[in-house]
Design a protein around this ligand. Structure first.
Ligand code: F6R
Length: 365
């Protein structure tokens, strides 16, 4: 049931404050300010040598954000690959290894094949899945459900932010268990995560501005998305979302890679969406924006008030989100990125919920 929404995708974008709240409630204890993972984990955080993450598409981008978190908050090295590559790579895996599989459907053929490979190699298997009755859930040692509820739109939205929410809690728990984070650090991170539903609701209020901006995007032939750090996977996600539902060509790049090739594409007809909260890599991203501006590229900056103030470039449009701690930006910055793709697709008149050539669950390789 689409309720009052024109598409399931719109409904699912708007459900995010609620479903992320439910998901966070599953992994955080707000009374103690601590993370609360299942008591019986099939591995010990303290002796883990490495985490391997495999997933496809949007779920892979959630894993890519998690890599930054696990490395920074828990000092565990993370190997991540798209499942279709991982399964044939014959990757050597460590003695005490944890393999995490991220999947909305829990049925994606390549992700399942990667799981079976890791199991045969003696890895502990964790599944971050939305469908808890799925094959991937059944074959995992521990299931970490994302509480997004049924996702009908083919383009993943609420499942993505719930995957991120789950993985963030996992990374904080890992950091605390490994002694990288103190009790006070954990409590500060838990309070930051607890703010997500409120921040997501604020991000949704930017919809009228984004809807207007979509008119510019709808005229473009190609769109570039740039980001650094945890905003880099969001740039990839923004480009994927735009191309799959509006059929406009888009590319996501790490901002620092711009000068290694894609800068050649930039001219006055090229919108460049820059995802840049005012975080520790913000200044670096500003220099990349200056490179774009110097070549006439039309910058659309997604940032916060401090970022808007500090960005010394002319953006054709600036989308200003509330200020928030760095760990929560991926879950919130995903929202304007999804809305931009959605409204562009609506203008283009495509079948938003059922884009051509795509299936919701990819059970063949
Ligand atoms: C993009 C999208 C896909 C899926 C991918 C993995 O919007 O929905 O890229 O993320 O097919 O599917 P799951 O998560 O079911 O394994």
């Amino acid at each position: 049931d689409r309720g009052n929404y024109r598409h399931f995708m719109a409904k699912e974008i708007h459900e995010q404050p609620e479903v992320m709240s439910r998901t966070l409630g599953q992994y955080l204890d707000f009374t103690t300010g601590r993370t609360a993972l299942p008591a019986q984990l099939p591995f010990d955080w303290k002796t883990l040598d490495r985490i391997s993450i495999s997933a496809c598409g949007t779920a892979y981008y959630a894993g890519l954000v998690a890599k930054y978190w696990f490395e920074r908050l828990a000092r565990i090295s993370v190997d991540i690959d798209v499942a279709s590559e991982f399964r044939y790579r014959e990757a050597p895996l460590p003695q005490n290894g944890l393999a995490i599989f991220v999947s909305q459907s829990g049925e994606t053929a390549d992700t399942l094949a990667s799981l079976r490979y890791c199991k045969a190699q003696g890895q502990a298997i964790a599944a971050v899945v939305n469908v808890t009755t799925s094959t991937i859930a059944r074959e995992a040692d521990v299931v970490l459900p994302t509480m997004a509820g049924p996702e009908i739109g083919v383009a993943s939205t609420k499942a993505f932010t719930c995957q991120l929410s789950t993985l963030a809690c996992l990374a904080v728990a890992a950091g605390r268990a490994r002694g990288v984070l103190t009790d006070a650090d954990e409590q500060a991170l838990v309070s930051a995560l607890a703010e997500i539903p409120r921040l997501a609701a604020q991000a949704l209020r930017l919809e009228p501005q984004i809807e207007r901006l979509a008119k510019t995007i709808a005229k473009a032939r190609d769109v570039l998305y740039l980001g650094r750090g945890t905003s880099y996977p969001l740039a990839l996600e923004g480009a994927l979302k735009l191309k799959e539902i509006s059929y406009i060509h888009a590319e996501g790049y790490a901002a620092g890679e711009l000068k290694h090739g894609p800068i050649a594409l930039i001219d006055e007809t090229m919108p460049v969406v820059v995802i840049a909260p005012h975080d520790r890599v913000f200044d670096k991203t500003v220099s990349n924006m200056q490179e774009v501006a110097a070549r006439g590229g039309r910058i659309i900056l997604i940032t916060d008030a401090a970022g808007a103030e500090a960005a010394t470039v002319d953006a054709v449009e600036t989308i200003v989100l509330p200020a928030m701690p760095a760990t929560v930006t991926p879950m919130i910055y995903a929202i304007p990125v999804q809305l931009l793709a959605y409204h562009t697709a609506v203008i283009m008149g495509t079948d938003v919920d059922q884009p051509r050539n795509l299936a919701k669950s990819v059970t063949v390789e």
